[in-house]
Ligand binder design. Structure first.
Ligand code: R5P
Length: 302
């Protein structure tokens, strides 16, 4: 691929800066305006415009999921029109990923719309992090990579606890939890979670895993309202766990999610910078830029 230019998109200026700095790639200016009627305008400015280059359009789809998606499409289109031979969409957090199938008659498969839209606007490569359901990526017609970072998160948790049990809050999260646990030689298991498709009410049936006297590290992809983690934590503590640490890739922390999780008994939340998140005495944020750069290199060198 030609010289790579990083295009900083919605919610992703810090990640774009870090990727450009660590990889030595050029960094574009993006002029952005919102017209009085709410429409978004973008214009790229960099020294490779209208000369051959590869564009790394970097954005992340939280907050403002819908407008972030649209702005990402506009940046991809602008890149394609002005010299980019290839566009890589680097989107650490892809919104709408949880609507990955038709749960109730009449629904769309939202994630397929997102992935097809990225490709239609000109992205031939896609890199994301810890996709809710990695199989969804098959809907992207170009090449794609799902960067798994649960091993980094669990490694960080080992600074606080010895030999924990790694626990997925549901079977959907088992693969990322077991990947991290195996990598660090730890026990792992999962809780059986059932969500009512209409009311959204969630119930848990604990598995026959002996948590008594054990430290637990719960691994999940997304913290949204914090309900899943709070309820999973209560299940662990009621079954005799000594302590619970939570590691999650994308921390949206909607409303009082952080407080809900802490009140349930969680001592530490370790997360990443895939979406903007503030660190404090409980929340630790690890930078995954190096992993993203590795993924860009692997994808472009193939
Ligand atoms: C669900 O399948 C996801 O993996 C997360 O567990 C869920 O989205 C978290 O949402 P909340 O924090 O609102 O419970």
């Amino acid at each position: 691929m030609n010289e790579l230019v990083v295009i900083p998109g919605p919610n992703a200026v810090p990640i774009a800066n870090s990727v450009a700095l660590l990889s030595g790639a050029a960094l574009s200016n993006v002029h952005r305006r919102v017209f009085p009627d709410g429409e978004i305008y973008v214009r790229l400015e960099h020294s490779y415009l209208n000369k051959p280059h590869g564009a790394l359009v970097t954005s992340t789809m939280y907050p403002n999921q819908a407008s972030s998606f649209l702005e990402t499409l506009l940046l991809i289109d602008a890149s394609k029109r002005h010299g980019a031979s290839e566009v890589i969409a680097l989107i650490p957090y892809i919104a709408f990923s949880r609507q990955d199938k038709v749960f109730l008659s009449g629904e769309p498969v939202s994630i397929e719309v997102i992935l097809k839209g990225l490709h239609l606007s000109g992205a031939s490569y896609l890199i994301t992090v810890d996709m809710h359901n990695p199989k969804s990526l098959t809907a992207f017609p170009g090449r794609s990579t799902n960067v798994v970072v649960s091993d980094l998160l669990v490694r960080e948790s080992l600074k606080y606890v010895d030999n924990p049990v790694v626990l997925a809050p549901d079977i959907g999260a088992l693969e990322r939890a077991s990947f991290a646990a195996r990598k660090h030689g730890l026990d792992f298991d999962y809780l059986i979670k059932t969500r009512d498709k209409v009311s959204g009410e969630v119930t848990y049936e604990p598995r026959e895993v002996d948590l008594s006297g054990r430290n637990v590290v719960i691994v999940d992809d997304i913290i949204s309202t914090g309900g899943t983690i709070a309820e999973s934590t209560k299940v662990c503590l009621s079954r005799g766990a000594l302590s619970v640490i939570v590691v999650a890739t994308h921390s949206l922390f909607i409303g009082g999610a952080r407080g809900k999780i802490i009140n349930a008994g969680v001592k530490k939340i370790i997360t990443t910078n895939t979406v903007p998140v503030a660190k404090d005495e409980v929340v630790e944020v690890i930078d995954i830029s190096e992993r993203l750069i590795e993924a860009v290199r692997e994808l472009t060198e193939k």
